[in-house]
Design a protein around this ligand. Structure first.
Ligand code: SF4
Length: 603
């Protein structure tokens, strides 16, 4: 083992900043990261064992205990449950005789829950040894287990059911489908790889690129909506020996999967956008931070990078421009929603726990390795290429005044055609529902669990920064769904699992709120619980990052828009918890200290 671990460490230049890559390679090699491996890493990377361990324990897909020769990660998102996840879970447990969280006695197969894996349009889905199995059925589960027991390769199970489009590419060969239902400027087939880098950049200065991006008024597509042109300009002006371009491909918001589709169908466009950004800010290194759930794309994306290098679209003197050098490498996360937050992402890129940094300083000044860094979403880079190709003015004809351009939506849940739709900003929710074939709709979750849950009286609203802003996740719930039990509770559990734990607010309050929700669901709620939930959620705003600040949203927004659902579960006519017997509850401590309680007791 020592030899192999040392080889892995050396592969990454014995650089402690590459600890994540090293850990992932070791995890994949052995199915876990042993104490001996930790000691070796500490020794060769010149860090303490505790530092190595704290990174391991932060990430869902890293483990110090064996996860099995085959590690099965079954997605537990709300939509997975809507499409039969419980039956799949039961089938796995029955077939293997173990529970989720356990590994079979012979160490062959492990079962684990995992948060949204970006497959909401083809649930129930699971990741098994980096291969994604979609649309699972109990029959399929039995087949998978039989194959494993016979020692057969998982590839054989996929042979006849590759997904659509580039999912059939020799380096992908995956069951995943892209489900592109509507194309716009990003998903359009008229993109010609390298046109911008080779024919436009030689005639336009970096400053002019930034001016054009600013003129387009594009705002970041990840959800926060910061104006991209300003971000690039700040970074270009920031001082530092090296400037970095980071692509945030950590789409972890439950219900979003559009970056998966862009990276599958148009990876060249994203990489070209990163190179374009490198030209604009004066950086020569780009990193694609890709969520581990999309590990299956590794070989494919690396082959695309290779092709682009061969065509001088990456590497030195790109497009014949003297001194325009830019290269991209891919670095993986290891399962942590909070790493979608840009400063947590940077920590993760540097091999640490993904705990958000205090801001300022902002990444444009002090980002990766303390150098000026821009971090943009996959879709933002892709869009930037089309802007430079066609001009900022051209771009403003799409969308609305404060939300220009197109937006790619990931639409899932109760509709006939789940998938990816590229629409102009300003699109109206009820048109969207008609477009995807959604009838009898009770609610739409706009922007994922951290967003808003709206009901039919708000379906006239439009998508855009001045109305309903969204990073792209749209989940539809039909009237047959139990919103509080099946959706809101699931979303609260998600935030509880994903909190990094730094802030006491985010560490505790979502649990308190979840418990109150359960109390209400169990029929023990009283009216005051509703006002408590609303009041208490406010402390979350003091959290350091967006995760904590929005962790109460599932309850807050459903309480606002679906209050009757809560009210009908409450104990009628009861304002307070009369069932609570104060005297009885302090008996124990009174006895202990030898006091008699002096409260009046109404019963
Ligand atoms: Fe971590 Fe939550 Fe605080 Fe964000 S808000 S830093 S996730 S504890």
């Amino acid at each position: 083992m020592e030899k192999i671990v040392r080889q892995i460490i050396e592969k990454y230049g014995s650089d402690p900043n590459r600890l994540m890559d090293i850990l992932i390679d070791i995890q994949e090699q052995y199915g876990y990261i042993s104490r001996d491996a930790v000691a070796l890493m500490a020794q060769h990377l010149n860090m303490s064992q505790v530092d190595v361990e704290q990174t391991i324990t932060f990430y869902h897909f890293l483990s110090t205990r064996h996860r099995g020769k085959y590690a099965i990660y079954l997605n537990n998102s709300a939509v997975a449950y809507m499409f039969g996840r419980q039956a799949i879970k039961d089938a796995f447990e029955k077939e293997l005789g173990i529970k989720f969280g356990q590994v079979t006695e012979d160490g062959a197969i492990g079962l684990f829950d995992t948060a949204c894996i970006g497959m909401n349009d083809q649930e129930p889905a699971a990741i098994i040894n980096n291969k994604v199995f979609t649309k699972l059925t109990p029959y399929r589960v039995r087949e998978i287990i039989r194959h494993m027991r016979e020692g057969k390769s998982l590839d054989e199970l996929m042979n006849e059911s590759y997904g659509d489009g580039k999912n059939q590419h020799p380096y992908l060969q995956t069951m995943v489908s892209s489900n592109i239902r509507r194309k716009g400027m990003i998903l359009s087939d008229d993109y010609v790889m390298g046109k911008v880098l080779k024919t436009i950049l030689p005639n336009i200065s970096p400053e002019a690129v930034i001016a054009e991006i600013k003129h387009s008024h594009i705002r970041g597509r990840g959800g926060a909506g910061f104006p991209t042109g300003f971000k690039w300009e700040f970074c270009r002006k920031a001082k530092g020996p090296k400037h970095y371009v980071v692509c945030n491909a950590d789409e972890g918001e439950p219900g979003t999967f559009k970056d998966r589709v862009i990276l599958t169908e148009k990876p060249e466009l994203v990489f070209e956008g990163m190179a374009l950004a490198g030209y604009a800010i004066g950086g020569d290194e780009g990193i694609l931070y890709l969520r581990y759930e999309y590990r299956y794309m590794k070989d494919y994306l690396e082959s695309v990078l290779k092709t682009m290098k061969e065509q001088n679209l990456l590497g030195d003197n790109i497009g014949g421009i003297d001194g325009f050098n830019f290269d991209i490498r891919i670095q993986f996360g290891a399962g942590a929603y909070v790493c979608g937050e840009e400063s947590a992402l940077l920590e993760s890129l540097e091999g640490k726990r993904g705990e958000p940094r205090d801001k300022p300083p902002f990444p444009v000044e002090k980002g990766y390795l303390n150098q000026p860094t821009i971090i943009n979403n996959v879709e933002t880079f892709a869009t930037a290429v089309r802007i430079i190709e066609n001009g900022g003015e051209w771009f403003t004809q799409f969308g609305t005044e404060d939300s220009t351009g197109t937006k790619i939506l990931s639409i899932s849940g109760d509709c006939m055609f789940p998938g990816v739709y590229e629409v102009n900003w300003g699109f109206n929710v009820s048109d969207m529902l008609d477009m995807v074939g959604a009838y009898d709709v009770q609610a739409v979750q706009v922007g994922g669990p951290s967003g808003t849950l709206i009901g039919p009286d708000e379906f006239h609203r439009t998508l855009g920064y001045s109305d309903l802003s969204t990073g792209g996740s749209m989940i539809i719930f039909g009237t047959q769904r139990n919103l509080l039990k099946d959706v809101v509770l699931n979303f609260m559990e998600f935030f509880i699992d994903e909190s990094c734990g730094s802030c006491s607010t985010c560490r505790n309050m979502p649990q308190v709120m979840r418990n109150k929700l359960i109390k209400i669901l169990n029929g023990n709620g009283v009216k005051k619980d509703l006002s408590d939930l609303k009041e208490w959620s406010k402390v979350l705003l003091a959290s350091r990052c967006g995760l904590g600040q929005t962790a109460g949203n599932p309850i807050v927004s459903s309480l606002k828009n679906f209050r009757p659902l809560y009210e009908e579960l409450l104990q009628k006519e009861v304002e307070f918890d009369e069932g609570f017997d104060l005297v009885a509850s302090v008996q124990g401590s009174c006895k202990y200290v030898g006091r008699v309680p002096k409260f009046h007791h109404h019963n």
